[in-house]
Design a protein around this ligand. Sequence first.
Ligand code: 6PG
Length: 467
Amino acid sequence: MGSKAAIGIYGLGTMGSALALNMAEKGIAVAVSNREVEWIAPFIEAAGPLAARLHPHDTLGEFVAGLERPRIVLFMIPSGAPMEAMLGEIVPLLSPGDIVIDGGNADFHDTRRRAACLSERGLHLVGLGVSGGAAGARHGPSMMVGGSPEAWARIAPILTAIAARHDGAPCVAHVGPDGAGHFVKTVHNGIEYADMQLIAELYGLMRAGCALAPAQIAEVFARWNAGTLRSFLLEVTAEVLAAQDPRTGQPMVDVIADAAEQKGTGRWTVIEALRLGQSASIIEAAVGARAWSAEKETRQAAEALLGGAPGAIAADAGTLAEAFAAARMLAYAQGFRILAAASEEYGWALDLAQIARIWRAGCIIRADMLDEIAGAFAAGAPRGELILVPAIARALAARLPALRQVVAEAVQAGHAAPALCAALAWLDTMRHGHGTAALIQAQRDRFGHHGFARRGQAGQHHGPWWD
Ligand code: 6PG
């Protein structure tokens, strides 16, 4: 019994092997296995002294038999069909009370369905959002747990031991039942897309609009990162922009094809936002920009017909920084709006302050700003809206002229800046208590007899065009 492992990790790719080493380092005995059996021995060999706590198994049966009961099995494999197939294989080997954790970037609808299915057999399915890439998994990821309170009580000691820490507080939390953890991770990634796109647009403005070289732009981002804008994404951006291609001596960014890939979580964020009656326009702009970037041939053909290099802009680095600070806060605010809407729709009771707190270290979107966001939610942001928090609203108002100047100059000079534009458009929309939707309602009634509410009067009304 004593020689059994506390947890099993199936899937020894980058993330699975890093998590296994992280756990072993924290003194946890981990059973490991992998579909491609030939990956197992080299992994154990490379683990050095940590191998003493890693129990390798070639077959699923031995792997399951090597676990303490009730068992905890963490799958770190691709989330779609492979996860579905592995559930089919492992469920017959498990007993009531056992816990299966899906640590991939799964669609939360799948997680909800799978959790319901496993619970019929007395099994717990935990949807675990893991962020931080390979380094995070190895030395401390941020983790968003969705599952039953019983499952959380069992897995909490292990996950707490391996989590990233912010001022000593572990960046892991039980955010809600079944799909809640994967949903929160999906929105994390949506925000990640928006943050990356905003940084890429500012890079484009500095490169083509201010004629700065990549190394100079790296210095600007590094400077921003040394101040209140500090974030992991700014840090890595400064690093990659400073890098040179060892083969050609050119800036690394100039030898990389400008066609971005995506695995789907950004798109899911937008889809779920729309389903929830929300609009995550800054995240949508980022997802759309990736899709357009991949349409390389169309862009090249269009350049021949419609092109023209973008012109110079006058905004200085300070103004660009202010614009970034505003747009990034708006992107995070849109992400949290989606979380608030999903929490209501699915009855999850998400604690937005807690989510902001576990994003402060370990994850890709970690940023000093999340401290302020966590504080705002803890103090009770009105309707879960960050833009209604007085201190945040004041900062946005102060930075609005910079955001407007940057967007105006970008538009005027012909730079593509869809995320910056979306941020400004959303803020300008929300800043006006009175908009133009009355005309939309009149149009709907005119062509479809849809009816409208009159100002200050209940009930359905129609316009004189129907008299
Ligand atoms: C993380 C990341 C990670 C994601 C990559 C790539 O939190 O560690 O979000 O989960 O897979 O960032 O995502 P895309 O391929 O969709 O860009």
